[in-house]
Design a protein around this ligand. Structure first.
Ligand code: FMN
Length: 316
């Protein structure tokens, strides 16, 4: 069996422009950035950009975070009405601003409450509902098996496992054994996540954990080609050549244009800085170019900086 492959939900990263680029590189499944259930219900205009998606992105999952079952169910209903393909629940976010409100990863501390959320949301919509979990709150409270089983009992259609505790944040390494354990104890599909940094490690996770799919987060930032490369590997084909500096710069500019169409140039220039830095990371001269990009205030200026960067690389 060929593993499923997914682009991880990443706040500030996986908006429509980046999802589309991942999709164009063959990524079969994409997720939105996490969206506040409360925010969606009470201030939906602010979420206009976050909610934007196109037919080309399907199948697409939109991710919700929150803590009140009824609020999450109503927000899920709104997402379903927009036509999303499935709804994913965030039970892993470690950001203190979120966990302080009992949302994201903090929910793992209360399996009973998780069951209520799962049941209420699943009953409120007819599209599939899935959940993304971490191992547990901290090393003393690893309870993902309990919560994943509750998700299955409540009728959720898939579980994604990020092999870290909430308290770990992004430190240490992801525990792939726990992904394997969850896979062995559930009948619904399990997607593994954490520390995939190459097509080879995507394949390694699939074989090690026996999971149904693998989800790539940080390694896809500035590198949508990771999906086409992983697919080639899964299909037993030769790995494609890494993108040239010209292809990288063209991709940055394409990303930038999509972002401008969505949010206008002023916002896009600011947001594009971190994306552009990821695309060129590791190339000779990237640090100095990043400094210039952070001072750029238009598409034109950014294009000039990047084309210059490219010329220097070619003469290197
Ligand atoms: C900048 C950033 C934003 C993230 N935002 C979300 C999010 O909105 N929802 C979510 O479930 N996980 C979020 N994550 C976690 C990723 O989805 C993923 O679980 C984590 O990065 C581990 O996978 P990786 O090692 O492939 O990056 C975020 C991670 C990063 C780095």
């Amino acid at each position: 069996m060929q593993p499923g492959l997914a682009l991880a939900p990443m706040a500030g990263i996986t908006g429509y422009p980046f999802r589309l680029l991942a999709k164009e590189q063959g990524c079969p499944l994409v997720y939105s950035e996490m969206i506040s259930a409360k925010g969606l219900l009470y201030n939906s205009r602010r979420h206009r950009d976050l909610l934007y998606f196109t037919e080309e992105e399907r199948p697409i999952g939109f991710q919700l975070f929150g803590s009140e079952p009824a609020t999450m169910a109503r927000a899920a209903g709104q997402l379903e009405a927009l036509g999303v393909d499935f709804i994913d629940l965030n039970l892993g976010c470690p950001t203190p601003k979120i966990t302080r409100n009992g949302e994201g990863g903090a929910l793992l501390n209360n399996p009973e409450h998780c069951s209520k959320i799962f049941g209420t949301v699943a009953a409120a919509v007819s599209c599939p509902v899935t959940v993304k979990l971490r191992k547990g709150w901290d090393a003393q409270n690893i309870n993902i098996l309990t919560i994943a089983r509750r998700a299955e009992e409540a009728g959720l259609k898939a579980v994604t496992v990020h092999g870290r505790t909430v308290k770990q944040g992004y430190s240490g390494s992801a525990d792939w054994d726990i992904i394997k354990e969850v896979k062995e104890s559930l009948s619904i599909p399990v997607i593994g996540n954490g520390d995939i940094d190459s097509p080879q490690s995507a394949e390694a996770m699939f074989f090690y954990c026996g999971c149904d799919g693998v989800m790539i987060g940080r390694a896809a930032r500035g590198n949508p080609w990771i999906f086409s490369a992983a697919l080639s590997l899964f299909q037993g084909k030769q790995l494609p050549k890494p993108p040239s500096s010209v292809q990288i710069v063209d991709m940055v500019l394409k990303h930038f244009k999509l972002l401008i169409d969505l949010k206008g140039e002023a916002v896009a220039v600011r947001e594009m800085r971190q994306h552009a830095a990821c695309y060129i990371k590791g190339l000779p001269g990237a640090a100095a170019t990043r400094q210039k990009l952070f001072r750029s205030s238009s598409f034109e200026e950014t294009e000039y900086i990047l084309r210059e960067f490219c010329r220097c690389l070619q003469n290197h």
